[in-house]
Each structure stands twice: as C-alpha cells, then as structure tokens.
Design a protein around this ligand. Structure first.
Ligand code: PEP
Length: 247
C-alpha cells in the first residue's frame, strides 16, 4: 500500500508564503518523486493559488473541513463539491481541534465524511483519545467508539483514510511509543473489519508531533500507513524529510 503523508497547515499561511512553500515542495517532488503520496491541506483561501503552484508535481490538495450539505444557506462554511471544484482530492474531517473548538460530534463527522464521499473526495477521518482517556486506560475503547460512530458504513480505500491522532500528542512534542502506536493501529485495523469494504486496504495514518527525528521509527510501525503532520508541514525541509522517511 502506498503511504500517505499529509500536511495540515491549519490556520497558517498567506498567499505569498503559502505559494512559496508549495512551490518549494513541488520542485523537490519533480526532482525526486517521493515513494509516498504527498498531500497539502492549506487554509481554504490558499487552495486556488496552491493548485497552480503544485501543478504537474504529483502533490495533491485537500481541504481541512467541509459542511454536511453540498450548498445552501450556511454562511462561512464550505461544501465538499466546492473543495472538489478547487482541485482537492481529500478533505480532513473530525480533526480534534474541530471536535473541541466547534463541538463537533461523531454523528456530525460521519455526515461530513458522507458529504465528502458524495462529492468524489476521499475523507480523512480523525480519531484519538485525550490525555485523561489514555491515563484512564480507555484509549482503545475511545478510538473504537469514535470509528463506529464517525465512519459512514462500507467505504473503500479510495473513499476513506483514518488518522489516529492522540489529542495529547498534537503540537506538544510528545508522542506515544512505537509499541503504543502499534497497539492502537492494530485495534483500529481490527475494528475496521466490521465497518469498511476492504479493511486491509484502508490507510491508517499516525498524527501528533511527527518530526524528521521520529518519522522513520513511527512510519515503520506495523499498520502505520502514513502520517498527518501539523507544525512540521509548515517547514519545507522538515515536511520533505518526513515524506522521505515514509518512502
Ligand atoms: C495535527 O494537528 O494534525 C498534528 C498532527 O499536529 P502536529 O504535527 O503539530 O502535532
């Protein structure tokens, strides 16, 4: 299975620096095509200029969120067909920052993932436990419950990617150990058997403080099929080093 390395720029980047970063990455991808698939998820206003900057490089584009409806009276929201129209192949749904900041529920995440798939996008559905849930021994129960309640049923590998992101590891510099990551990813893979069309083919990303220094170790863990990168995706050298570690 080809690994996926996705950069989530979050609410960072204006046109000049975003385009410069994307052009830098596109030049690297053209010079040395990476073994993994490389995805950039910039803020929505940068989608159009980035689509231009990465054209012909093999790098693909994604959104960071979408609405459950395709269009309509939803001020400030973005419909999945609009992301598709802007050149996206993917959209992240259910990131912990949206679950927390915008009180997004599993049911809402499932509806967003369905909308993404209906628009022809691949949904990257994020799950992960909080620090309190981990210290309470509830990690696996939490991620399985999130999967069961957040995934539309019977999606295939072209429609769904799962991103396991422990909330306590995001932006903190802390990560689970490789055996801890392996245990959760194995549990996710097992849970997918009842939920998706081809459980062995669904990519399961790890996300949370992935850096060049830990990428190779994390990316060689069984059932880790790529990475979702926040902070390090804003620095070309770091993001590219992680993409190479996935190869
Ligand atoms: C993220 O927010 O998806 C993420 C993984 O962030 P960071 O890499 O900065 O921990």
């Amino acid at each position: 299975m080809r690994k996926l390395v996705a950069g989530n720029w979050k609410m960072n980047g204006l046109t000049a620096d975003g385009v410069a970063l994307a052009r830098d990455l596109a030049a690297r991808a053209k010079a040395t095509p990476p073994a993994c698939e490389v995805l950039l998820c910039p803020p929505a206003p940068l989608l159009a200029p980035l689509a231009n900057a990465i054209a012909g490089s093999g790098i693909v584009l994604g959104g960071q969120d979408c609405h459950t409806e395709a269009k309509g009276a939803h001020t400030g929201d973005i419909g999945a067909p609009m992301l598709k129209d802007a050149g996206c192949a993917y959209v992240i749904v259910g990131h912990s920052e949206r679950r927390h900041d915008h009180k997004e529920t599993d049911a809402l995440v499932r509806a967003k993932a369905s909308a993404a798939v209906a628009a022809g996008l691949c949904a990257i559905v994020c799950i992960g436990e909080t620090a309190a849930e981990r210290s309470g021994g509830r990690t696996e129960a939490v991620v399985v419950r999130q999967l069961q309640a957040s995934l539309p049923l019977r999606l295939g590998p072209a429609q769904l990617v799962v991103a396991y992101e422990p909330v306590w590891a995001i932006g903190t510099g802390r990560t689970p150990t490789p055996p801890e990551v392996a245990a959760v990813h194995a549990r996710i893979r097992a849970a997918l058997r009842d939920l998706v069309a081809e459980p062995a083919g669904i990519r399961i990303l790890y996300g949370g403080s992935v850096k060049p220094a830990n990428a190779r170790e994390l990316m060689t863990v069984a059932d880790v099929d790529g990475a979702l990168i926040g902070g390090a995706s804003l620095v070309a050298d770091e993001f590219w080093a992680i993409a190479q570690a996935c190869g």
